[in-house]
Design a protein around this ligand. Sequence first.
Ligand code: TRP
Ligand code: MN
Length: 449
Amino acid sequence: MRQPEELEPVAGGWNTWRQYPSLQQPHYPDEHALRAVTAELRSRPPLVFAGEVDDLRDELAAAGRGEAFVLTGGDCAETFAESTADHLRLKIQTILQMAVVLTYGASLPVIKIGRIAGQYAKPRSSDIEKRGDVTLPSYRGDAVNSFEFTEEARTPDPGRLLGTYQHAAATFNLIRAFTKGGYADLRLVHHWNRGFTSNPAYARYESLASEIHRAVKFMEAAGADFESLRQVDLFSSHEALLLEYEAAMTRVDSRTGDLYDTSGHFLWVGERTRDPQGAHVELLSHVRNPLGVKLGPTTTPEEAIALIDRLNPDGEPGRLTFIARMGSKHIRDALPPLVEAVKADGRPVIWTTDPMHGNTITSSTGLKTRQFETIMDEVRGFFEVHDAAGTVPGGIHVELTGDDVTEIIGGSEHLDEQSLKDRYETLVDPRLNHQQSLEMAFQVAELLR
Ligand code: TRP
Ligand code: MN
């Protein structure tokens, strides 16, 4: 792959995003240091490859037709400190365990995508955070600054973009080893799920679990021992938030001359930065990666169509995913007009549900949390809306961790407000823990049958 010129002339070039308004960008005090970093990034090898990105686009096209189901899961924000082998292994394991259950429930291939190997930057509602009489820049994720509340830690440091690249590269290395080296064998993952369903708290999933068990036993007895049972594709995704980083990771594919953002396979634009005339949409409109856009409850049908005009004007299948994050209270009213408008437009999109971000509350003890039941209610609402419209519910997008944290209330283990403090580790949004993630997979599998 060739590197495009850093500041290519606008005419006919792709580096046009600098001419558009850009929200949520850090203010780096030292412009020279930033330029040195982006120049360095441009010289580094790509993290993902054009062929992989094209494969994912084709698979997503199938999901749009109802021939596959998308599972996206991972942290709200990855941190450098938690990019350890243990944390990553448990997260990957959780996604794979969910995928087995969903594959059985949907009787369809499940496209597995992690919020992983690049999800290190966060949009914030305020540029600043005040504690007592001290005011400092907000924490914007490890890609930008450090969580610690000191002037030095909170000042955006462009060197962290190199740290982002390094942590993402090491994470990709681990993902490729785990998913191709036997660790992701369907039979092994099934064995882990047996451990989950043998816990009395999850008795309600027993019959589905034993059906899956018989299916796996049948495959074994019949001698199905193909490579495809031993390996999986786990794709990466993150919010394409930091324009300098995403632009620096963009490369021209030497085979086709097309542009790819090689920082991850799937990139999405957040609810806060999805202005069709903004810099984020402009930058992504030039790359071939499959794209997502988060849509909140205030999205109008006109905005949804404007996003299709900007990001998928020719209606290429698999190119564009709308990730609805409406909130359980709004999903049944806010989603139908969008689904109808897109259906009438005719250009294909994949509809997925993010049942997390519209359902964040503050517990009586002051911690940011979500309720498992409310999350599941939004998922059910999402399926109901598509059922009524005759459209395809294409997948789920959730925030989870493989660890036994206590950040979300409810589930069969009945986590309550008091237990939140036991192991509350997220720096940003609350995540489903390992057990809650599997529980969600079983419930979604029931909805898919
Ligand atoms: N390769 C198949 C798939 O990805 C089967 C498979 C192997 C699988 N290991 C898995 C599925 C782990 C889910 C989880 O669907
Ligand atoms: Mn989040």
